[in-house]
Design a protein around this ligand. Structure first.
Ligand code: ZN
Length: 514
């Protein structure tokens, strides 16, 4: 018998189950550390050894997570009325542990291995196909990956009334349904498309030339650190390093690694990357990773959508606001030796809120970003359903870019070959990017109602009340509630596209003099 934080005595089957999970989680964190090192400081010569190290750790982690003993313990916990009440913390943990165990054991090992092997080959083929803008060279590999992914979805199973795509989506956004996402996305897609067309036709683009002024990378790094520190990121329990593709790894209790990238002539891109990853990092630092829930689902993030809501909130809702820049512009000038001395807040803020339809998702601005995502969601869902043939993908892609964003796709390199995701079977992942934006906007409205002087606080560089709200309403719950429940508990409403549209109207219209 073991005592928990709330002094209840837990049975041996529960404590044995959680200690097995803690070991799996510790192994997982070793894998994450290897991965972080590979992306930051590892010498190129270590590539082969690192691949072996990572694959051994991945195999051991998988063995721990699928251990038949774990299955017996989960069953014993489910049958124990003292701890299985779904509204209790232990009950919520048991529900999530069952879910993870089933997922890890439902897909046969040979299919997992085939997906990994084919995915790695497909990724290689994709890289070359993209360079040459040669979709035909990638199409057979994509067809193969789609077949394997469909098989995986069949193993995971479809809930009644659902579709195959739901099983894939569920990996990244547990309990979400494609039909529910579509019900939010479709009206938003048309409103966004009309909004962007209106801005482009009737607005006057803001001045952006000064954003390309040279700022030495070391000065950008010091400024980024100062900002992230002020937001509340604990550098005693984390780091900020440089990489090609920025990411955040919340690898363990007391160890959250942020990475970002710098270009001397694009300080704004580096700042938004840094604030984005810091948003992920603040969430990781706020999860209850030490204490009684260590290594269990209650110490984990809910979903990619909620994770992304945290990053996008700090990047966009905070980082593109007038209140933030009232504080950050003088700070930037101190760090940058007055590079923006002649730029006032009223000139800086519109430059952070542009609206320019473009071809590449990862380079797109806040108003146009979601259209890129929604196009991918529709297309991948149609491919999984078998309604869209791989051969017809480029045509369908180009047609939608023209219709929704008003841009002509000149070649597949800048079209349907631009993202790596599909090549290694990440299908069902894209919608979580937009879910993140929707959750962020809805949370932001509630936060501003509940902290009415938030702008005044941000103007003084005070972000503690905001972080405190997120800690209390999102972070501390781990996976106790589903994303949908968490959103409803925090905002009192079901997820809607209205807050995001209001947010964009408020930010982008003034930037274009409308
Ligand atoms: Zn992110």
């Amino acid at each position: 018998m073991t005592a928990t934080a709330d002094a209840t005595i837990l049975p041996a089957h529960y404590t044995e189950m959680t200690s097995l999970l803690r070991e799996a989680s510790t192994l997982g964190s070793v894998g994450a550390l290897l991965g972080w090192d590979q992306e930051t400081y590892m010498p190129p010569g270590a590539g082969r050894a690192r691949a072996e190290q990572s694959s051994v750790i991945a195999r051991l982690t998988h063995e721990k997570r699928t251990d038949p003993r774990l299955g017996e313990l989960i069953r014993a916990c489910e049958e124990d009325p003292e701890i299985s009440d779904p509204s209790s913390e232990t009950g919520a943990n048991i529900r999530c542990i069952r879910r993870d165990f089933d997922k890890a054991t439902k897909v046969p090992g040979d299919l997992v291995a085939e997906l990994a092997r084919t995915g790695s080959e497909a990724q290689d083929l994709w890289k070359h196909a993209r360079e040459k803008s040669d979709f035909a060279a990638f199409a057979p590999a994509l067809t193969k990956m789609l077949d394997l992914t469909r098989r995986k979805a069949e193993c995971l199973g479809v809930t009644s009334g659902g579709e195959l795509y739901d099983a894939l989506l569920d990996e990244y956004e547990p309990d979400a349904r494609a039909s529910e996402i579509e019900a939010v996305f479709l009206p938003l897609r048309d409103r966004l498309s009309a909004f962007i067309a209106d801005i482009r036709e009737n607005g006057t683009p803001p001045r952006v030339d000064f954003t390309r002024r040279e700022v030495p990378v070391e000065k950008q790094h010091a400024f980024g650190r100062a900002v992230v520190s002020a937001l509340g990121f604990d550098f005693g329990a984390g780091r900020l390093d440089t990489t090609t593709h920025p990411f955040c790894s919340g690898m363990a209790a007391g160890d959250t690694r942020l990475t970002t990238r710098y270009a001397p002539d694009n300080f704004a891109d580096a700042l938004s990357s840094t604030m984005h990853e810091a948003g992920h990092g603040l969430y990781e630092q706020g999860l209850p990773k030490s204490g009684p829930f260590a290594g269990t689902p209650l110490a984990d993030d809910v979903s990619l959508g909620i994770h992304e809501s945290q990053s996008r909130m700090w990047e966009n809702s905070v980082g593109r606001s007038r209140a933030f820049w009232a504080w950050a512009l003088p700070l930037a000038n101190r760090h940058f030796g007055g590079v923006f001395d002649d730029i006032d807040v009223d000139t800086m803020v519109p430059a952070m809120n542009t609206c320019t339809p473009s071809l590449i998702r990862v380079e797109s601005d806040e108003p146009t970003y979601n259209l890129h995502v929604m196009i991918r969601f529709g297309l991948e869902r149609s491919m999984i359903k078998g309604e869209l043939a791989v051969a017809d993908l480029p045509g369908a892609w180009n047609e939608q870019y023209k219709r929704l964003l008003g841009v002509d796709v000149p070649d597949d390199r800048r079209g349907c070959l631009q993202d790596v995701h599909w090549s290694f079977g990440l299908i069902g992942y894209f919608p979580t990017y937009s879910l993140g934006n929707l959750y962020a906007a809805q949370l932001w409205e509630t936060i501003n109602e509940q902290i009415p002087d938030l702008d005044a606080r941000m103007e003084r560089g005070e972000f503690g009340a905001l972080l405190g709200w997120l800690r209390e309403n999102i972070h501390k719950h781990g996976r106790r509630y589903t994303a949908r429940e968490l959103c409803e508990r925090a905002t009192g409403k079901a997820l809607s596209a209205d807050p995001l549209m209001r947010h964009l109207e408020r930010r982008v219209r003034p930037a274009y003099g409308l």
